[in-house]
Design a protein around this ligand. Structure first.
Ligand code: HEM
Ligand SMILES: *[C@@H]1O[C@H](CO)[C@@H](O)[C@H](O)[C@H]1NC(C)=O
Length: 328
């Protein structure tokens, strides 16, 4: 074999090896779009200044994306005859501002000529998520990059992949374990409920229809249950939403865990983390030590960001985050 063809054979081997084993890396865009992080951060800041819901909505979108078909921005693909991931009832409560956040950040990235169509929507969502956490008072961390965007989004794929607010600890544990996440990861990531809103329908059973004499779930702090009944009357407008962390609703902190200790977890899936003795010590640790919470949260969200990552021919860098690229 002559040397040029040996060179190309080796090059080919190296490329295909590195593609099939491609791992996420922190300087993935060092050559193609070196300023991607600051460009995304500026766009996210501008959006957050317009509306606070940017923060919780983006964080929740990242979670919903990663748990369904992996962190591949499949949740962003526009609906075609109501059959897309985002059409599933579990995703209908996604607010809208989170999609807009990613679309605006993508536009900002693409306005830089060298970056145009070089950065995936999945990575932009991962970066925007880090930014909203830091901008609301949470920890900052380095984001691993190199996810490609998926080409498939189906309503059916959401089934059995997102947790429900009435889940018990076994159900939560099993679902998180199926994505390689531990009990500590589950408790840490649930701390995301330290910011944001919930519709009354998500927990109304706990305050009106519980199987007990008072009809109120006995694991809820009674004054808090009464407050919830006031904010969410039984015949409330289904669009009505309330803050999930009544103490510091706009700050990413460990007050969520202190709430759990006081019976102020909004969902069964929140309160069970304290009620069930298998996870109570983790809740107590995070409630008493914000640094311990932040460290565990960063470790867990980094693991979440690796779930089902697509590389090589399994994905693409979408030009428009809401539609797959045309195959030419
Ligand atoms: C552990 C199981 C979990 C369950 C059962 C659950 C369930 C829910 C539900 C029912 C809502 C209210 C949605 C609405 O009515 O609009 C909500 C909101 C939210 N969830 Fe979770 N969630 C879980 C874990 C997570 C995780 C791991 C994250 C992120 C790391 C997260 C982030 C959020 C955020 C930020 C909101 C507020 C969204 C907003 O204000 O727009 N959740 N969650
Ligand atoms: C809080 O947690 C951090 C990180 O795990 C640890 O280094 C520190 O010693 C803890 N602080 C206290 C008061 O226990």
């Amino acid at each position: 074999m002559n040397s040029p063809s040996l060179f190309f054979l080796l090059l080919h081997l190296t490329l295909s090896l590195s593609l099939s084993h491609a791992k996420l890396g922190v300087d993935y865009y060092r050559n193609s779009c070196p300023d991607v992080e600051s460009i995304v951060t500026s766009a996210v800041k501008a959006k957050l200044e317009q509306t606070f819901v940017t923060a919780p909505a983006t964080l929740r979108l990242f979670f919903h994306d990663c748990f369904v078909r992996g962190c591949d921005a499949s949740v962003m693909l526009a609906s075609q005859n109501n059959r897309a991931e985002k059409d599933n009832p579990d995703d209908l409560s996604l607010a809208g501002d989170e999609f807009d956040t990613v679309i605006k950040a993508k536009a900002a990235v693409d306005s830089v000529p060298e970056c145009r169509n070089k950065v995936s929507c999945a990575d932009i969502l991962a970066l925007a998520t880090r930014d909203v956490i830091a901008l609301t008072g949470g920890p900052s961390y380095t984001v691993e990059l190199g996810r490609l965007d998926g080409r498939i989004s189906t309503r059916a794929s959401v089934r059995h992949h997102l947790p429900h607010p009435d889940f018990n600890l076994d159900q939560l544990k099993a679902m998180f374990a199926s994505h390689g996440l531990t009990l500590t990861d589950l408790v840490a990531l649930s701390g995301a409920h330290t910011i944001g809103f919930s519709h009354c329908s998500q927990f109304s059973k706990r305050i009106y229809k519980f199987k007990s004499k008072s009809r109120i779930d006995p694991t809820i702090n009674l004054p808090y249950a009464r407050q919830l009944r006031q904010m969410c009357p039984e015949k409330v407008d289904p669009r009505m939403a309330i803050q999930m962390d009544p103490g510091t609703p706009q700050t990413f902190d460990n007050v969520y865990y202190i709430n759990l200790q006081q019976g102020k977890g909004l969902f069964t899936s929140d309160q069970i983390l304290f009620t069930d003795t298998r996870s109570r010590n983790i809740v107590n640790l995070f409630a008493s030590n914000n640094t311990a919470f932040e460290e565990a949260f960063v470790a867990a969200i980094t693991k979440l960001g690796r779930v089902g990552v697509k590389t090589g021919k399994h994905g693409e860098i979408r030009n428009d985050c809401s539609v797959v690229n045309m195959i030419v």
